[in-house]
Write a protein that binds this ligand. Structure first.
Ligand SMILES: Nc1nc2c(ncn2[C@@H]2O[C@H](COP(=O)(O)OP(=O)(O)O)[C@@H](O)[C@H]2O)c(=O)[nH]1
Ligand SMILES: [Mg+2]
Length: 243
């Protein structure tokens, strides 16, 4: 197969209820574009029928494929997708599509020119958040503050589930990844900065989805310890040196 222009990577864990709509919306979007594309759904460890929903969809939609492993972790799933993908641009999409799919073009040429990484931001000027309860926003801001202080000064939103990478950049970064849980985005962006890749924070409209796999207190602790790990890894020279 010729190299597709775009690979969409959808990590999916216990998404039995949201996935059918998401896959249909993604299919409608890619079909309406002039560029070639592929969609990889990566499932790991779900307790529901997520895998069979994706597998059935892939049987009748040739752009779609599905992979699974037994170990959990969003970071692990995205890593597998990014390294298995073939596209010139590789973009991760959360299965809740809390960012509407019609925004995807804003992450790609010709809108973006010569960008290594474009990340969706719910905080950059111009972003709009719909229906998000105050407590959830506040929790997110606390986590972002911790991330900015410990690892990524200047980035307002590193945790949004929509990020697009040029192929070589994706292969370089995701092959270095050591963190397989929620803080994997931070590690990827941290290595990206060390390598001198450009990171564009793009304001998006974002719709809060009731269902969440994030356990606020438990996962915030995990993120904190993962941030310490990122700093320790960097101090040991594990990520190489500044470009
Ligand atoms: N494959 C896989 N996907 C996961 C895992 N944990 C979360 N996800 C996916 O990551 C995305 C974001 O999860 P979500 O619950 O929407 O997080 P929130 O938006 O931060 O509340 C969704 O597509 C989930 O299905 C996991 O362990 N494995
Ligand atoms: Mg979500």
């Amino acid at each position: 197969m010729a190299t597709p222009f775009l690979s969409l990577i959808v990590p999916a864990y216990n998404e039995g209820s949201r996935l059918p709509t998401a896959l249909q919306q993604i299919d409608d979007y890619v079909k309406s574009q002039t560029f070639s594309s592929e969609v990889l759904v990566i499932e790991n460890g779900s307790l529901d029928n997520t895998f069979s929903i994706a597998a059935d969809f892939a049987k009748t939609h040739k752009r779609f494929s599905v992979r699974r492993t037994s170990e959990r972790g969003k970071g692990l799933a995205v890593r597998q997708g990014m390294l298995a993908a073939a596209g010139e641009f590789r973009m991760m999409l959360d299965a809740d599509l809390s960012m509407p799919v019609d925004q995807i073009n804003r992450f790609l040429p010709p809108v973006q020119k010569d960008k290594d990484i474009v990340i969706a931001s719910r905080e950059a000027p111009g972003a709009v958040r719909y229906n998000e309860p105050g407590y959830r926003h506040m929790g997110g801001r606390v986590i972002n503050t911790m991330i900015r202080v410990m690892a990524l000064p200047g980035l307002q939103d590193t945790q949004c589930g929509f990020k697009c990478f040029r192929a070589e950049v994706a292969e370089d970064l995701f092959s270095q990844q050591t963190i397989m849980g929620w803080a994997f985005d931070v590690e990827i962006l941290y290595i990206a900065r060390l390598r001198g890749y450009s990171i564009e924070e793009l304001p998006i409209p974002w719709y809060f989805s009731e269902q969440s796999h994030l356990r606020p207190v438990y996962d915030a602790f995990h993120i904190f310890f993962d941030l310490l790990r990122i700093r320790a890894n960097a101090a040991r020279g594990l990520y190489g040196h500044k470009a």
